[in-house]
Design a protein around this ligand. Structure first.
Ligand code: FES
Length: 123
């Protein structure tokens, strides 16, 4: 089944180093630009299912604001897992407790296309 192409933003709204929260087809998405290319992920942290919209993105790595799990924004792969509480770094011996039994998992990435100054996702 072909995925629908849905316009989600103007290209100028999707910037390096910032997250843009949008909705498309009933799904919450985060958009950002990495090395000039727009990327999108489902806005649902795989740790506890929370929104990452108030997180940060730097150098193509997004950090969840809740427990600082970090993910490659382009591939979704997990780079660091549950190392903080409400964004405050915690000692390593607490990380297992913060993870609450959840194993590291990736973000879900969404295909993005840009044309004529607009950003589209495929859902
Ligand atoms: S909800 Fe994102 S790291 Fe816990």
């Amino acid at each position: 089944m072909a995925l629908d192409r849905i316009r989600v933003a103007a290209a100028v709204e999707v910037a390096e180093g910032s997250l843009l929260a949008v909705q498309a087809a009933g799904k919450k998405l985060l958009l950002s630009r990495v090395n000039g290319r727009a990327h999108a992920v489902i806005d649902r942290c795989p740790h506890m299912g929370m929104s990452m919209a108030k997180g940060t993105v730097e150098g193509g790595v997004v950090t969840c604001p809740w427990h600082n799990s970090r993910f490659d924004f382009c591939t979704g792969s997990n780079m660091d897992w549950a190392s903080a509480f409400l964004g405050v770094s915690m000692p390593k011996w607490t990380h297992k407790a913060i993870a609450m039994g959840k194993a590291p998992a990736p973000l879900t990435v969404v295909p993005v296309e840009e044309s004529d100054g607009q950003v589209y996702v495929r859902l």
